[in-house]
Design a protein around this ligand. Structure first.
Ligand code: C5P
Length: 307
């Protein structure tokens, strides 16, 4: 049975870090096959969907980087509303307000998160009660990372990252260093292609060591595998060599391990506990090698309708 329609619905949605990102060669459709181990972290955007009398979705955004967020139909939140409305045969008469805290173009799936959040918010606003499997299918059509933004927790993503299998994880503490400016995901994949041209690129596979470390909840075990786990890291560092200094500064501050988050340029640091997180964040900010830091924990729940 569908829930009764409401006049406004707010959905909270987490950012992600890829604790493993094994990248294969480019496929005929231009995407790369991946073995991506996603972990949702406690850094959230909130999307509020409000009923309007208009004939299409409108978007507004607040937050430190809101001037970099597109407010037109290229915003995945607007696309999500349009796709869901078209499937239901209704008009997407909705305003989507994004309270943005996830770095923009930062390799933390911020845009994907807003797409997943808008989808869930509109589904509740319009009282559609769309089954979970269908919501995940719509997410996959919106973008490779969008299904995980809906799901949250920890999952292995195969295909182009959209085919999810939940994986076990203990709790971990993280510090993220937000870089100056963003990086374009397609540009990072193109740089990966350039750097690997003429080499044998293995079929991407999840690392058993990494999955065991994740399940164990032992930060030292996870730290031992993280530095080699992001296949896009060499490409991100090639485009933004200064990120090497951020990684060094985080380790010097006491992080157990550091890596580029997804396609970057945000860098992620695994730390032992909340006290270590506060110290590493303060030292990273003082180092001048990043624009800001965010202290988080994992895993975090996926997109959730707030009461
Ligand atoms: O799926 P999404 O729209 O987020 O992907 C953005 C871009 O990132 C794609 O157009 C493609 O250039 C690149 N990409 C890729 N392989 C993937 C995921 C993304 O090459 N598995």
């Amino acid at each position: 049975m569908s829930a009764a329609p409401r006049t406004a619905v707010t959905v909270r949605v987490p950012a992600k870090v890829n604790v493993q990102l094994a990248v294969g060669t480019a496929r005929p459709d231009g995407f790369h096959d991946l073995a991506s181990v996603f972990l949702a972290v406690s850094l959230y955007d909130e999307v509020t969907a409000t009923a309007t009398t208009g004939d299409g979705p409108t978007v507004s955004c607040e937050g430190p980087d809101s001037d970099q967020v597109p407010l037109d139909r290229t915003n995945l939140a607007a696309r999500a509303a349009e796709v869901l409305a078209a499937r239901a045969g209704i008009t997407p008469a909705v305003h989507l307000h994004i309270a943005k805290n996830i770095p923009v173009a930062g390799g933390m799936a911020g845009g994907s998160a807003d797409g997943a959040a808008a989808l869930l918010a509109c589904d509740a606003l319009w009282g559609l009660g769309t089954p979970r499997e269908e919501l995940l299918e719509i997410c996959a059509g919106l973008g490779s990372d969008v299904p995980f933004s809906l799901a949250g927790g920890a999952a292995l993503g195969t295909g182009r990252g959209e085919l999810l299998t939940p994986v076990e994880t203990g709790g971990f503490h993280w510090v993220f260093a937000v870089a100056h400016g963003g990086l374009s995901t397609p540009a990072v994949f193109r740089e990966f292609d350039r750097l690997t041209e003429g080499t044998e690129v293995p079929v991407p596979q999840a690392s058993p060591e990494l999955l065991a470390a994740l399940a164990s909840g032992d930060p030292d075990a996870l730290a031992a595998v993280l530095p080699r786990s992001n296949g896009l890291q060499p490409a991100a560092l090639s485009l933004r060599p200064e990120l090497a200094e951020t990684l060094e500064a985080g380790i010097a501050a006491g992080a157990l391990a550091g890596l580029v988050s997804g396609s970057g340029p945000t860098t992620a640091f695994l730390v032992r506990d909340a006290d270590a997180a506060a110290k590493v964040a303060a030292e990273l900010e003082a180092s001048g090698t990043c624009r800001a830091t965010r202290v988080t924990a994992s895993p975090a729940a996926g997109a959730t309708v707030l009461a």
